[in-house]
Ligand binder design. Structure first.
Ligand code: ZN
Length: 64
């Protein structure tokens, strides 16, 4: 590839950082109770582990 016009991928901006969240699963998805299987929508900004199952009180985990 000859270098000449300078419009190649030299900027390095615009990729690599997405909002700053450190969650691995990204937005969307559900939380699920590992004990009884109850699922509910994951709330953005609220880790599943901070929620408890309304049925059995077990801490929820992230489902995918
Ligand atoms: Zn449960």
């Amino acid at each position: 590839m000859p270098r000449g016009d300078g419009t190649g991928p030299a900027g390095g901006r615009g990729r690599g950082q997405m909002g700053g969240g450190r969650a691995s699963a990204g937005p969307g998805g559900d939380c699920v109770c590992p004990s009884c299987g109850h699922r509910e929508a994951h709330e953005r900004g609220v880790p599943c582990v901070e929620k408890t199952c309304p049925k059995c009180g077990t801490k929820m985990v992230r489902a995918r």
